[in-house]
Write a protein that binds this ligand. Structure first.
Ligand code: GSH
Length: 375
């Protein structure tokens, strides 16, 4: 690794979670090099240190340390840099953590649908898939294996044929609300990105503002969202002339009304889905008293979460990682001084999300050897 380069980012322009870390590195001014995870060095050295899991992003630092998982990578650098992207004030801090979970796990339905159900996206996506195919990797990491998995993911996440119209209408409504926000504010919480912006850029970059089908939708309904997605990938603030040029979070712990509107809309599916998933994970835990502490947490569990959104029944695969990130928000509220805690609960109640605070797993999720593990 060249001395000026602080990290090698093993990722791809096509990968949702790589987009979080790339944007973070750009905004934090961390010199990095991005490579597809297929080199001999990745296979021989990095993969083992990454817990054997081939997930993007994985980062190798100049001292040889490897960090796998976008949240872990960002947490590492925030600790090193003095937390430049974590708001100091309580409400903004909680809203930032909330967008981090939503970005990581709450917008997968539109992200996979708008990528995988529209053939016009395929030439770009497939060319990237070729670049990230390991020489002797397992079948699910071949181009054909990845396509098969991702096409199944649409249905598994709940975008069944009879729900396509509904999922599209939810996304379109979200896009318009995001647009109204970014027309006024350069980032979620004012003049600089927060951890929440890095969460949200995950689904909004590689899939929703890069693939041609959803990019077209953005041209039609969300040009300010597109400008934010670009802004998130340049080192300067990238304000538009209409923005107030203050390179900081909004004063007085303000949460703009346009952001609350976005959250009220996201709550429609995020809250009932999280509740249903919480019940499924807890039943899964209850039925496994023998589960040894330190056992790897799989990306998804067997059962489905069944929940209703605006009177429509939906079903989605259950992924415990959502609760790993949600716990950060829950802990932040739980450890706040009593009066502030009430204000934070009221803030979440004002966007119909206060119930998220009670959606806890009966076993914690920790990290060991770069993997999420049951505590
Ligand atoms: N929690 C991980 C998720 C990473 C992830 O699922 N990445 C996808 C590509 S966007 C991947 O590499 N999937 C294959 C796998 O996880 O084994 C993170 O935030 O980094």
């Amino acid at each position: 690794m060249k001395e000026s380069v602080k990290a090698t980012l093993y990722g791809s322009p096509v990968s949702l979670y790589s987009g979080k870390v790339r944007s973070y590195f750009i905004k934090a001014g961390i010199p990095f090099r991005e490579e597809p995870p297929v080199t001999d060095h990745y296979e021989d050295v990095v993969l083992e240190k990454a817990g054997g899991r081939r997930s993007m992003p994985t980062v190798e630092l100049s001292d040889g340390q490897v960090i796998r998982d976008s949240a872990a990578i960002i947490t590492h650098f925030e600790a090193e840099l003095g937390s430049p992207f974590i708001p100091d004030t309580p409400k903004q801090k909680v809203i930032s953590l909330l967008f981090d979970v939503i970005g990581a796990e709450g917008l997968l339905r539109p992200a996979v649908h708008y990528r995988w159900r529209f053939p016009e996206n395929l030439p770009l996506v497939l060319s990237h898939f070729e670049e990230i195919t390991p020489k002797n990797g397992p079948p699910q990491f071949t181009v054909a294996g990845r396509i098969e998995q991702m096409q199944q993911a649409c249905t598994k996440l709940g975008v069944t044929q009879d729900r396509i119209e509904f999922v599209e209408s939810l996304y379109l409504r979200l896009l318009k609300k995001l647009d109204a926000h970014f027309e006024r504010h350069p980032y979620l919480l004012g003049g600089k990105p927060s951890i929440g912006d890095f969460g949200l850029i995950g689904p909004m970059y590689a899939h929703l503002s890069r693939d041609i089908k959803p990019l077209t939708l953005m041209h039609e309904h969300g040009v300010h969202v597109l400008c934010w997605a670009e802004r998130m990938n340049r080192p300067d603030p990238g304000f538009s002339p209409a923005h107030e040029p203050e390179e900081d979070f909004l004063c007085n712990d303000e949460i703009p009304e346009t952001l609350l509107e976005i959250l009220r809309h996201i709550a429609l599916d995020f809250v009932p889905e999280t509740q249903a998933a919480c019940d499924v994970v807890n039943e899964w835990i209850d039925s496994r008293p023998e589960l040894v502490s330190g056992t790897k947490v799989e990306r998804s569990l067997g059962g489905d979460a069944i929940f209703d959104v605006e009177g429509k029944r939906m079903s989605s695969v259950v992924m415990p990682y959502r609760f790993y990130l949600l716990k950060r928000l829950q802990d932040e509220v739980a450890t706040s001084p009593a009066a502030m805690k009430q204000e934070l609960i009221q803030l979440l109640a004002s966007v119909n999300m206060e119930e998220l605070l009670d959606m806890t797993l009966t076993r914690g999720i920790g990290r060991a050897h770069n993997l999420e593990v049951w505590e």
